[in-house]
Ligand binder design. Structure first.
Ligand code: FAD
Length: 479
């Protein structure tokens, strides 16, 4: 209940301070049965609730709620490795780091996220792992979802049982039920990979942008064991940009292979690339992304294009500079590929809901725009302008015939119509699954947070509700 230490901690334990809300109480189940009993009770009483995994969504109210019940999954944190069948069952309160830490000692890994503290929300979104170029998204490597439905039953969804629901969950977010466990495929590795973070200075950024394009269209395509997470970080206080790239070769080697040499030859300031485990890498990747401040993010997808990549970054750099008077402003631009093989893995492993099959076999680029500011009072000044800027970049991409409709759910902004972006066939399929498993729209009406199915209810986010600061003080009520 309010004013208890558990309530206070859980209500503030979020990556973005925009997620700190004003729930009526916090419920922390430690078993699927307790989740099922709670959902039945909520439905019976028309009680609104939020489902929280690791609390890393930047969408206000995606995983928290005003007045309703905050159901935080943290106490559901068991991991069971099935060595004989190459699979691992994980519960939804686990973080990526804890999954890597459990698997690494057995020379096993699974397709989850890349950052230690991030939670399993991505398992109903997409999920970019260190091995995405080889294995496809995290959702494509789920073998079974265990889910509490709106009627309070616990069901399994997999390729053989409820395959319609199985596919819907691969991208369907919290629209169909509460995930109480997932079984993931495991793969063997040598216990060490060659990986670390490379920092490039502003003077290298033109060459860096070309290197990113080369990664998308050559390295990631020709050698699926490659992985990079290229990020431009702009610091408004110093008016400088540093490119921070997690560079990975997913094998126990002593050097990057020749195809990745550009990461060594483009002038950089420092590098931590060396042999290590996935858990060590996830830990280092998470440094620099503490829970703090106001986080806003937006995303869209393009067909990979060298000039567009550079133009968009330069335009974002200029836009960010215009707002550097805002205290602690930090801008992050991330450019991630979706290779044809990654898309094919999704098809091969039973299809997902993302609608990427129609990309004509081309490499796609996810363009992410993230903004960090310290004062929530500055949001009216900067966030609408940020939205307008990203929309202008979408128009630029469209004018060059390079815009793809997909928007990655896990990096999306609150008012981006992500699920519509999956395309009409997938939307129709998702709505049919909803009609079958949640005919009274419990997971829209009573779980209003996060990306919702189109046409059911307004998206919650900046548009409504109270805003509470990290100190618990009420900062305002949005219209
Ligand atoms: C620092 C940082 C690093 C990141 N790194 C990666 C990365 O490497 N790869 C990647 O793909 N993404 C990454 N992301 C994005 C991340 O995948 C999304 O933010 C994801 O939604 C986080 O999941 P969570 O459980 O932590 O978040 P939450 O905010 O708790 O949940 C996100 C959404 O999922 C829903 N949800 C959570 N648990 C359940 C459940 N059990 N049942 C039903 N719905 C549920 C919530 O209701 C919410 O709407 C990163 C984000 C951050 C901030």
């Amino acid at each position: 209940m309010r004013n208890t230490s558990t309530y206070t901690f859980e209500n503030r334990d979020y990556w973005s301070s925009t997620e700190i809300r004003d729930p009526g109480c916090v419920f922390m189940p430690d078993s699927a049965d307790k989740v099922a009993a709670a959902v039945s009770l909520f439905v019976k009483n028309e009680c609104k609730f939020a489902i929280k995994g690791g609390g890393h969504s930047a969408i206000p109210q995606a995983a928290n709620i005003d007045d309703g019940v905050l159901m935080a999954m943290k106490n559901m944190n068991k991991i069971n490795i099935d060595f004989g069948n190459n699979r691992v069952r994980v519960e939804p309160g686990l973080t990526m780091g804890s999954i890597y830490a459990a698997l690494d000692p057995h020379n096993l890994t699974a397709m989850v996220g890349r950052f230690e503290n991030v939670g399993l929300g991505l398992i109903v979104g997409a999920g970019v792992s260190y091995r995405v170029n080889q294995e496809g998204f995290a959702i494509d490597n789920v073998l079974n979802y265990e889910l509490v439905l709106a009627n309070g039953t616990i069901v399994h969804a997999n390729a053989n049982q409820r395959s319609d629901l199985f596919r819907a969950l691969k991208g369907g977010n919290n629209n169909f039920g509460v995930v109480v466990a997932v079984t993931l495929k495991t793969i063997k590795y040598d216990g060490k990979i060659f990986a670390g973070i490379v920092y490039h200075p502003e003077s290298s950024l033109s060459a860096f942008s070309d290197l990113v394009y080369d990664y998308h269209t050559v390295q990631a395509v020709k050698d699926p064991l490659t992985h990079c997470l290229p990020q431009y970080g702009y610091n408004g206080t110093t008016n400088t940009t540093v490119a921070i790239t997690t560079v990975v070769y997913n094998a126990n080697v002593d050097r990057l292979p020749p195809i990745m040499r550009g990461w060594e030859t483009t002038p950089y300031t420092s590098s931590t690339v060396r042999k290590r485990t996935y858990h060590e890498l996830s830990f280092e990747s998470n440094e620099g992304y503490p829970d703090r401040d106001v986080q806003e993010q937006r995303v869209f997808t393009v067909y990979a294009d060298k000039k567009l990549y550079k133009d968009v970054w330069l335009a974002y750099r200029k836009w960010l500079e215009g707002y550097r008077h805002i205290p602690s402003l930090y801008g992050l631009h991330v450019v991630m590929p979706i290779t044809p093989r990654a898309v094919q893995e999704g098809i091969k492993k039973g299809h997902n809901s993302l609608g990427l099959e129609d990309n004509g076999g081309k490499v796609l680029g996810i363009l992410y725009f993230g903004l960090t500011i310290s004062n929530i009072e500055d949001t009216p000044l900067v966030l609408p302008a940020h939205t307008a800027f990203v929309e202008s970049m979408k128009r630029l991409a469209a004018s060059r015939g390079l815009l793809h409709r997909y928007m990655m759910l896990t990096y999306s902004g609150w008012d981006q119509n992500v699920i519509e972006g999956y395309g009409p066939d997938n939307v129709a399929r998702l709505l049919a699954v909803q009609a079958k498993y949640d005919p009274t729209h419990v997971f829209q009406r009573l779980v209003p947070g996060g990306q919702k199915l189109p046409g059911i209810c307004a998206v919650n986010g900046w548009g409504s509700g109270t805003v509470v600061g990290r100190d618990g003080k009420l900062l305002g009520v949005e219209a």
